[in-house]
Design a protein around this ligand. Structure first.
Ligand code: 13P
Length: 262
């Protein structure tokens, strides 16, 4: 990755861990990393909504250098939307990040690019940084349509944003066929799509904006494969699912510079 962009390792806990377990994991994670390691690499956790207050208390109470955020956000500001969580609520809980367009939301909750774009905008409206997720399924990959598919998802997700907003966004490339399957994309596969995403952002918003955007890879990332992914110039970090639920494993991913790339 380029030196100017601080690496980001974000743990997407998905629908795992109650608030007691969340507290334990955050404490363990912080204890497994030195101040220097947490300064070199930004670490974020994305717990379920019900854990956020607990994570906030742990982070604030012990002044932990760990960011946190939510896995979803309502497109609405407030009101009669039973079951939804609004941006202002997340902002008040001290969230830095919010995922938008995770493939599991796109697939199981029918979120299309327009909805994802509205969520990205809702995030900015509440001073949150969106992590815009894109990725192709196996059929598209087999038909060699992955680059076009992912860059189109990025352009649609960014629709209507100012260049300043785009500069601050985080994009996560997560090939759907590599999520939770143990099948990691090769470092070359990750670089190809992350590089094309940056190139497309450069075409639309200019090289300065594209050079500032962090692009993460996600899909079966673990301590054993992170180093070889991070050597790629357009990969600025990872969005980690299963491996982020284990403090030691997650901490080891954060320390990727100490591993030998294979
Ligand atoms: P896994 O790391 O469990 O494959 O999940 C990836 C993911 O979807 C993160 O958002």
């Amino acid at each position: 990755m380029a030196d100017a962009r601080r690496p980001l390792m974000a743990g997407n806990w998905k629908m795992n861990l109650n608030h007691f377990e969340a507290n334990l994991l955050v404490q363990k994670l912080a204890a497994s990393l030195t101040e220097q390691q947490l300064a070199d690499v930004e670490v974020a956790v994305l717990p379920p909504f019900t854990d956020l207050r607990t994570v906030q208390t742990a982070v604030d109470g012990d002044k932990l250098n760990i960011e946190y955020g939510a896995q979803d956000i309502s497109t609405h500001k407030s009101g009669a939307y039973t079951g939804e969580i609004a941006g202002f609520m997340l902002e008040k809980l001290g969230c830095t990040y919010v995922l938008a367009g995770h493939s599991e939301r796109r697939e199981y909750h029918n979120e299309d690019d327009a909805t994802v774009n509205a969520k990205v905008k809702a995030a900015y409206a509440s001073n949150l940084t969106p992590i815009l997720c894109v990725g192709e399924g196996l059929t598209i990959r087999e038909e060699n349509g992955h680059v076009g598919h992912c860059t189109a998802q990025v352009v649609a997700g960014l629709e209507g944003l100012t260049p300043e907003q785009v500069k601050r966004i985080v994009i996560a490339y997560e090939p759907v066929w590599a999520i939770g399957t143990g099948k990691t994309a090769t470092p070359e596969d990750a670089q190809e799509v992350c590089g094309e995403i940056r190139a497309r952002i450069s075409e639309v918003y200019g090289a300065e904006v594209a050079g500032a955007v962090r692009v993460l890879y996600g899909g079966s990332v673990k301590a054993a494969n992170i180093a070889s992914i991070m050597v790629k110039p357009d990969v600025d970090g990872a969005l980690i699912g299963g491996a982020s639920l284990d403090a030691e494993e997650f901490a080891s991913i954060v320390r990727y510079r100490e591993h030998v790339a294979r």
